[in-house]
Design a protein around this ligand. Sequence first.
Ligand SMILES: CC(C)(COP(=O)(O)OP(=O)(O)OC[C@H]1O[C@@H](n2cnc3c(N)ncnc32)[C@H](O)[C@@H]1OP(=O)(O)O)[C@@H](O)C(=O)NCCC(=O)NCCS
Length: 181
Amino acid sequence: MIGTPPMLQGTLIRLRPLSPEGLPDLIRWYGDPEVNHWLHQSEYRDVSEERIRSKFGPGTEREGEVRWIVEAANGTSIGLIRIEGIEGAHSRAELAVSIGEKAYWSRGYGTDAICVALRHGFRELALRRVHLITDADNEPSIRCYEKCGFRREGLLRSHRLRYGEPLDMVVMGVLRENWQA
Ligand SMILES: CC(C)(COP(=O)(O)OP(=O)(O)OC[C@H]1O[C@@H](n2cnc3c(N)ncnc32)[C@H](O)[C@@H]1OP(=O)(O)O)[C@@H](O)C(=O)NCCC(=O)NCCS
């Protein structure tokens, strides 16, 4: 069992463990069509409060998952970042991130949050590899992940349906040795 993660400090942000107080922000962010568009759940046009509560509310923490709210230096909660699917046997995990406050997009906050979460993953959770998947047309996310040391590893053709339309997704991964370099 991994338990509650620590508070982590970056340059532009700090990561605060997700608690029930964070839920109203999550409900607002995931209910925003411009944010939801890029999320793997955007096939669900209505992101209900109930759905968010059942995924992120108290008692829904899953084995092998750590969740933080991304907080800007001015104290505003701006997003959510998770390391999930932590598999001790292979020392690997998946990263999921969303900056839900659109005013903070493309200002380096996502990059800082990911760097801090990766540092925790590689140093404290002893991970060897972290991967993620993103929509092939999500250029800002791909650029952001590359800045954090991720490399493109492959293409999952027609991997999901976005509003009913098949969409390719890019697999990206970072190994501890790449990250250290
Ligand atoms: C993806 C996301 C996490 C990135 O965080 P961010 O804080 O916006 O990203 P950063 O500012 O750290 O980096 C984004 C980079 O993409 C660049 N960028 C922005 N728009 C771009 C575009 N259309 N094409 C290419 N690059 C673009 C930015 O200029 C920046 O690069 P730079 O620092 O070299 O100038 C955030 O935008 C987000 O959560 N978006 C909505 C939901 C989402 O896409 N989640 C990810 C699902 S996998």
